[in-house]
Design a protein. Structure first.
Lengths: 357, 293
């Protein structure tokens, strides 16, 4: 067997990413099922899983495609609500909750992917901050529309309305799924920690393999130098769109899982702040670094929970930590200090090796 | 008549957006950064004026002056502590830091003033203007807001055109390194830009809360996002663009509220923005930047 040191960087990343997720599962699952951990922590497991998937999927857009997206929660929202509608519509036809969860996650991913295509075609023509503002606008539009949307189901099928639940015209057997500003109500809780872990592994599988494929290399080439990439015959729009849609689909799947961990979810849950939260995970974890995204999403999601004892001060401390970490890792002075430490370590190492000979 | 009154309301709301958008656009033009904490400076300004009038019983002009001073100092401190060390960092790192600052300001306000909304009493002491036997009512707030906007725009235009500091600002926004070689102190120029932007934010906060008198720690976020949208709409980095973008955005918002749907007005505003950016990718008055190969 090859030594870990000799493996390609692709294999190393794979081992690290899959390893940490499986390890987390092996540690947390027995603790959860035996009731060793408190209720508040075990309630956080599925949300953490969904935010890890969100961070991985946004890293594909921000880290590898190099486009700033401020509306990623919009895709999560599309996935969440289409997933919930699917799950509730199928509750009679598909008795098994696991299969229903899988179908709803797939449907959530598909709808988010379609949203990604619709928004991606025009948006990816823009650059930099303008792309950011359009994704922001898109997230707000989705939130606003879902906030006015009423959906109900009866034996004739689904009914939609933008006015009120009375305007749905449901029969007596009917049931309202979405109530405008209240969002989706009466969701059966089917999401489990295991399903969350499987979704993370799936997202890792998709993203890691995509990044190491021909498509992935084309995408990073476009990020590094768009004009050079174009001149060697890479179809910019096609590859950008592919990465963007895959990112949107994964976000939709995470959204579908997230919603089915709750009994009711409103559109305001997926607002600008949620998009920003995910972006913070990606940037602090390191752009283009999937392993970093997993760690950052987990730690930063738990941070406010860990600071709960500080009551009102917890978000303040969160903000201060965020600013200090960003300034410490990105300012010119701190970069010089880090470089100095690294080079001194390196000289010591080479001196040590020299002494061995 | 409803059309005219809607138009006036739209211009008034748009004027507030325009004043906020100025802060975004000036900072973007000079420091090339999106200062997401700007919306929260508005909120701090409004709280300051609220405290000065309610708890200290100071007259309104003094209260506004205090709010402006506090916000100016706040802007300079934020810039010095959080943004200055990141002058050479990637724009995304600065963006996340700005978001950190925004959370910080919101939570400071939450701790000091609590989450319960405060009722802001209008700073304008006059009643509404009634024209055509009450057929058209113009609130004094909207008149004052529009006037304030015009005064700010004219003085800012003169400042950037004529004064030494204004010229330095334009030079820095054109080319930071060349400006430095010409003996312009880039750091001071950026600090002054933040100071002006924050002082304007204080005025905007007071005007916004006079028209919509609910004051909470999150009051600044949505107008902040809208004003940012307005700045991009008009072409970010351009001062007349911020004015045009802000006013158009206000008009579109009020019109879609009264003629199409109250709930969907935000979706319509952002939808228009997307369409404009697709037709004119650098905004209405934005400069087209030629790409070097």
């Amino acid at each position: 067997m090859k030594k870990y040191k000799d493996l390609s960087s692709f294999a190393k990343t794979n081992i690290k990413c899959y390893g940490i997720v499986i390890l987390a599962f092996l540690v947390m699952y027995p603790l959860q099922s035996s009731g060793m951990i408190s209720h508040s922590i075990s309630g956080q497991l599925v949300p953490i899983c969904t935010y890890v998937v969100m961070a991985i999927s946004l890293n594909l857009t921000v880290g590898f495609l190099g486009e700033l997206s401020l509306g990623h929660a919009g895709f999560m929202s599309v996935g969440a609500f289409s997933g919930v509608i699917t799950a509730i519509s199928l509750s009679a036809a598909v008795p098994s909750p696991t299969i229903r969860l899988i179908i709803s996650i797939v449907v959530g991913g598909l709808f988010a992917g379609i949203a990604g295509l619709i928004i991606g075609i025009p948006v990816l023509r823009l650059k930099g901050d303008y792309l950011a503002i359009v994704t922001l606008a898109f997230g707000e539009i989705i939130k606003n529309i879902i906030n006015c949307l009423y959906v109900g189901i009866d034996e004739k099928g689904l009914h939609f309305s933008m006015q009120s639940d009375a305007a749905l015209g449901l029969s007596e057997m009917g049931r309202v799924i979405m109530k405008g500003p209240q969002g989706a109500v009466g969701i059966t809780k089917t999401a489990t920690f295991l399903s969350g872990i499987i979704l993370i592994l799936f997202a890792l599988f998709v993203v890691l393999n995509l990044v190491n494929s021909k498509t992935g290399r084309a995408v990073t080439a476009i990020r590094d130098n768009r004009i050079a990439a174009e001149s060697v015959g890479i179809g910019i729009t096609r590859y950008k769109l592919t990465a963007f849609i895959i990112s949107a689909m994964l976000a939709g799947m995470a959204g579908a899982l997230y919603a089915q961990n709750l009994s009711a979810v409103a559109a305001t849950k997926f607002d600008f702040n949620t998009s920003i939260l995910i972006l913070v995970f990606v940037v602090l974890g390191g752009m283009g670094n999937i392993f970093g995204s997993i760690i950052a999403a987990t730690l930063l999601y738990m941070l406010p929970e860990l600071l709960r004892g500080l009551a009102d001060y917890r978000m303040l401390i969160y903000a201060i930590i965020l600013i200090i970490v960003m300034v410490a890792t990105n300012s010119t002075q701190s970069k010089q200090i880090i470089a100095k430490i690294k080079s001194s370590l390196r000289t010591r190492k080479s001196n040590g090796e020299g002494a061995d000979l | 008549m409803t059309f005219i009154s809607n138009l006036i309301n739209g211009i008034s709301l748009g004027s507030v957006y325009a004043i906020i958008a100025l802060g975004y656009t000036m900072v973007y033009g000079i420091a090339k950064m999106l200062n997401f904490a700007h919306g929260d400076v508005i909120m701090i300004g409004a709280y300051m004026s609220f405290c000065a009038t309610t708890y200290l019983n100071l007259p309104v002009p003094v209260a506004i002056l205090i709010a402006m001073c506090v916000c100016t100092v706040l802007g300079i401190v934020i810039e010095g502590l959080a943004y200055k060390p990141l002058r050479r960092a990637t724009s995304l790192a600065v963006l996340i830091t700005a978001i950190g600052v925004s959370y910080f300001l919101q939570n400071i306000a939450l701790i000091i003033w609590g989450s319960a909304p405060k009722t802001f009493s209008s700073v304008v002491p006059f009643g509404s203007l009634r024209l055509f036997n009450g057929g058209l009512i113009i609130t004094a707030e909207s008149v004052v807001t529009v006037l304030a906007n015009i005064v700010i725009m004219i003085s800012l235009a003169i400042f950037t055109k004529k004064s030494k500091m204004g010229k330095a600002m334009r030079a820095v926004s054109e080319d930071k390194d060349a400006a430095e070689l010409m003996g312009i102190n880039v750091n001071t120029t950026i600090s002054v830009t933040f100071a002006i932007g924050s002082a304007l934010a204080a005025i905007a906060g007071v005007l916004l809360c006079s028209a919509y008198p609910v004051l909470m720690p999150t009051t600044g976020s949505m107008p902040g996002i809208k004003a940012f949208t307005a700045a991009v709409f008009g072409g970010i980095g351009s001062i007349p663009g911020a004015m045009l973008g802000g006013i158009l955005l206000g008009i579109i918002e009020i019109f879609s509220k009264s003629y199409i749907s109250t709930q969907l007005s935000d979706a319509i505003v952002f939808g228009v923005l997307i369409v404009v950016l697709l037709v004119k990718p650098t905004g209405l008055l934005g400069k087209k930047i030629a790409e070097k190969v």
